[in-house]
Design a protein around this ligand. Structure first.
Ligand code: IMP
Length: 188
């Protein structure tokens, strides 16, 4: 299976989760991915997965995901990777902290939609989400994106302080991947 992303953090999490499925998982290196022109996670995930399945002739999986902040009316959402037109995770995190300065409502959720596309055109879609709160400053070295600012409900540590299996157990992508795994379990 090809994973249609150039995000090393996503590849790491997806490989770790699907290791037991008996499929060989590869990142999509060097091949161009289409622009994310959709207005929903599902549209963008399907765009990426279909393009990769057509280019490689292999089943292709794509994740589209984002952070939805209650106090910002659900922003940045599908535009999380481009938030504030900032170019790096660090700059986007600082931009988010600046937008939330003085805001007491720190609630947010991560959402992931995973699409598995087959070369014959078949599509499967899985969704996961996790609610939590946003810190006033970054904590932890793991994960990627907004992980250092996000503490999942029921946890004391930020997502960036969790190991990959721990993040999978509580996280949005882990939930979507668990649904995919359940659908592909023998006899499912
Ligand atoms: P896209 O799915 O490639 O459009 O990018 C999603 C963006 O949402 C990432 O670049 C991150 O900024 C953010 N994001 C998605 N999932 C996570 C996560 O697991 N941790 C932290 N940030 C995430």
């Amino acid at each position: 299976m090809v994973v249609a992303t150039s995000n090393a953090g996503k590849v790491r999490e997806i490989e770790e989760a699907l290791g037991g499925l008996g499929w060989e998982v590869q990142g999509l290196s060097g091949l161009p991915l289409p622009e994310e022109t959709g207005s929903t996670y599902a549209e963008n995930a399907a765009l990426k997965a279909c393009a990769a399945a057509m280019m490689t002739g292999l089943p292709a999986l794509a994740d589209d995901s984002g952070l939805e902040v209650d106090a910002l009316g659900g922003e940045p959402g599908v535009y999380s990777a481009r938030f504030g037109n900032r170019n790096s995770d660090l700059e986007r995190n600082l931009y988010l902290l600046e937008k939330l300065r003085g805001t007491r409502d720190r609630r947010a959720k991560f959402v992931s939609v995973i699409v598995l596309a087959y070369p014959d055109g078949d599509l499967e879609e899985y969704r996961g989400e996790v609610r939590g709160i946003l810190l006033e400053g970054p904590r932890g070295q793991g994960g990627f994106g907004y992980d250092p600012l996000f503490v999942p409900d029921g946890e004391r540590r930020s997502m960036a302080e969790l190991s990959v299996p721990e993040k999978r157990a509580v996280g949005h992508r882990g939930q979507a991947l668990a649904a995919l795994l359940a659908a592909h379990r023998p006899g499912a």
